[in-house]
Design a protein around this ligand. Structure first.
Ligand SMILES: [Fe+2]
Ligand SMILES: [Fe+2]
Length: 509
């Protein structure tokens, strides 16, 4: 493989994957796969170009693939006994694989690496790096105490490493990396402010912690100044926040611009919320999330989603009416579907609604009581909500999914359950968790065999809707007849006969 030619192609891409034509997208997929295959070859030459390529691939949003290539490069250098080069690859593989892709394989790899480098003091730079990533990982999963402890450990370790060594090992300037870790700590405080409301002491602490970062590194500069601007806006020092944004205007890189825009929308949403203009607040929060998913920055994406959900819950809870009252439910579902639609063209567009429609029809035909119908309706509508945690490219790539992809996709059940519980819909979260389980135990994530009727209805509706609509680019849908024939063969194997028979009646109507 000619890596220079490959990189010329890669660096000539000037638009995001989402807006590529089908042909351009297919070419990208093919080339990416050839690089993944190449990175596994043991006899290839040592090529720095592979590392450069992964930075662009990650920026384009194929972060799991970037992590996979870096992991292969890590193995390559490990076999050559060059641990320093291998560990540098591991740093970036973990950073993309854990923080951007949320991949279980890379989360596990991160913990293994921490244990490995902890034993030798000559690998201290890597330990500091991995601990910061561990901190961010806990941070975006709201485990603030754990996150803080990892950050503090990282700061403690990095102190004793010379700038030269840190730069040589990781490619980062030590002073900038320290600022980044400190900024991460401030961001935890900021998230707590959003959650609990304004607290003067905490606000002062954050402001003191944010250091003035030199402008030489755009990424570091933006991340610290955005945290500061959010804080200032929150503490009603809006003019100071505006000054920061005016300064950030000179940033031109499109993904960085989107990041800045994303944070701006969040600030506006929050001020509308504080003024009691809830619908406007939700609209801006939605725009915030919508832009954040185009930044390919999972941290910003998670923060926006968390902000949006928290806002939604706070607004709903202000009304003493039940979450299940019609007006509230409609507002609630419409808002969540908006988020899903933006994230994944298939799940959001029709699939969620269609699975819900079919499930409800089956439930009605079975004369299920109204309390069960309410659970079925919401459970089937939100069955794929966990896909909010999966990157767009993984949901839309052309080539057959790898084991790494599958492992990641399988997390959407448990992640969905957590999200639904956070939204206060605990009664239907088990449907979300179990909608890929099958009666014979062949399903995922837990391979359970005890599925109640409501779950089985959702399972069936999901299978039928997924096989009769082209759920990925280039995939052909099955005809209704073929799908029905297939579903008949599942009777009492994957789904109970009663549910399948009812479905057959309903589909004929
Ligand atoms: Fe699913
Ligand atoms: Fe689905």
């Amino acid at each position: 493989m000619d890596i220079n030619r490959f990189n010329n192609y890669l660096f000539s891409i000037d638009k995001s994957l989402r807006i590529m034509s089908d042909e351009e997208f297919l070419t990208f997929n093919k080339k990416l796969y050839s690089l993944i295959r190449f990175s596994k070859e043991k006899k290839r030459k040592e090529l720095d170009g592979i590392f450069d390529a992964t930075l662009k691939i990650k920026d384009l949003g194929a972060s799991l693939e970037a992590a996979e290539i870096l992991y292969n490069d890590y193995i390559y250098f490990l076999e050559k006994n060059d641990r320093i080069k291998a560990y540098k690859r591991a740093c970036y593989a973990i950073s993309h694989g854990v923080l951007r892709a949320g991949s279980p394989f890379f989360i596990d790899f991160m913990y293994r690496m921490i244990k490995e480098v902890e034993k030798h003091c000559k690998y201290k730079s890597f330990l500091a790096f991995f601990l910061n990533i561990e901190g961010i990982y806990n941070h975006i999963h709201f485990k603030y105490k754990k996150a803080r402890s990892s950050y503090n450990k990282a700061l403690e370790i990095i102190k004793d490493i010379s700038s030269e060594q840190f730069y040589r090992d990781t490619g980062y300037k030590k002073t900038l990396y320290i600022s980044l870790i400190k900024n991460n700590i401030s961001d935890i405080d900021l998230q707590i402010l959003y959650r609990n409301g304004y607290d003067k002491n905490l606000a002062n602490e954050i402001q003191n912690n944010i250091q003035d970062v030199p402008k030489e590194d755009e990424y570091f500069y933006i991340i610290t100044h955005l945290t500061l601007a959010e804080l200032l806006a929150f503490t009603e020092q809006k003019y100071k926040a505006d000054k920061i944004f005016a300064d950030l205007n000179r940033i031109k890189k499109p993904v960085h611009r989107k990041w800045i825009e994303s944070v701006k929308k969040r600030i506006i949403a929050n001020s509308y919320y504080l003024n009691g203009q809830y619908e406007k607040a939700l609209d801006y929060a939605m725009e915030n999330f919508s832009i954040s998913i185009k930044t390919n920055l999972i941290i910003e994406e998670k923060i926006s989603l968390n902000f949006y959900f928290n806002l939604l819950i706070k607004i709903m809870n202000r009304d003493s009416k039940s979450l299940f009252s019609y007006k509230n439910q409609k507002m609630f579902t419409d808002n969540i579907l908006r988020v899903l639609t933006d994230k994944d063209w298939y799940t959001g567009r029709d699939h969620s609604r269609e699975v819900q429609n079919l499930s409800v029809k089956i439930g009605e035909y079975m004369n299920l009581p109204s309390n069960k119908m309410a659970i079925l309706s919401l459970g089937s509508l939100f069955h794929d909500i966990g896909k909010l945690n999966i990157g767009w490219f993984t949901l839309n790539k052309v080539f057959p999914l790898s084991e790494l992809d599958w492992e990641l996709i399988r997390t959407h059940c448990a992640e969905g359950e957590k999200l639904i519980n956070r939204l206060g819909l605990d009664s239907c979260s088990y449907i979300v968790r179990d909608h890929h389980e099958r009666l014979d135990g062949s399903g995922y994530p837990n391979g359970i065999i005890n599925l109640d009727r409501l779950t089985q209805i959702t399972v069936l509706a999901d299978i039928f809707e997924a096989s009769t609509t082209p759920n990925r680019k280039y995939r052909k849908a099955k005809s209704k007849e073929t799908a029905i024939k297939e579903i008949k063969s599942f009777s009492n194997v994957l789904i109970c006969k009663e549910v399948i028979d009812t479905f057959l009646h309903v589909i004929e109507i």
